[in-house]
Ligand binder design. Structure first.
Ligand SMILES: Cc1cc2nc3c(=O)[nH]c(=O)nc-3n(C[C@H](O)[C@H](O)[C@H](O)COP(=O)(O)OP(=O)(O)OC[C@H]3O[C@@H](n4cnc5c(N)ncnc54)[C@H](O)[C@@H]3O)c2cc1C
Length: 106
């Protein structure tokens, strides 16, 4: 979309969502080309590699919009999974430490 089209979309949405009337005093278009990751050919293979590496390194977990989708919903799902894996990992580590302490004490 060119700049005029982008401004027109924004104006339309402001009218629709916020009930704004009239024309804006000022409008500027700023593009953020690296704001959201662009998935290129081979993305799935790269992600599998990253996940395989993370599996080999205890305590390393990955999440973020480059993994399984840039939408907030996909990020929340990915982050929740990572949080559960981190929690399970820490519980496991804690149990190992407690078992080790019990062995040392007895
Ligand atoms: C302009 C824009 C509009 C968008 N609109 C929508 C939309 O309408 N709907 C939608 O579903 N999605 C939208 N998205 C996409 C979505 O917001 C993002 O993809 C998502 O928020 C990314 O989540 P994330 O957890 O991967 O990264 P982020 O939300 O960027 O979180 C990363 C966090 O890590 C922190 N951080 C970075 N480096 C370090 C470091 N070295 N040490 C410690 N902390 C660090 C950052 O400060 C940040 O808090 C939009 C994105 C942009 C940029």
């Amino acid at each position: 979309m060119n700049e005029d089209e982008l401004v027109a979309v924004a104006e339309e949405e402001f009218k629709d969502l916020l009930g704004v009337r009239g024309n804006p005093e000022i409008s500027r278009v700023r593009r953020w080309p690296r704001g959201i990751p662009q998935y290129h050919l081979g993305h799935q293979a790269r992600i599998r590699k990253v996940q395989d590496i993370a599996l080999e390194i205890p305590g390393l977990f990955v999440t973020g919009n480059y993994l399984s989708g840039p939408s907030v919903g996909a990020c929340v799902t990915s982050a929740s999974e990572a949080a559960q894996n981190i929690s399970a990992y820490l519980r496991h580590r804690l149990n190992d430490t407690l078992a080790c302490n019990v062995r040392v004490a007895s």
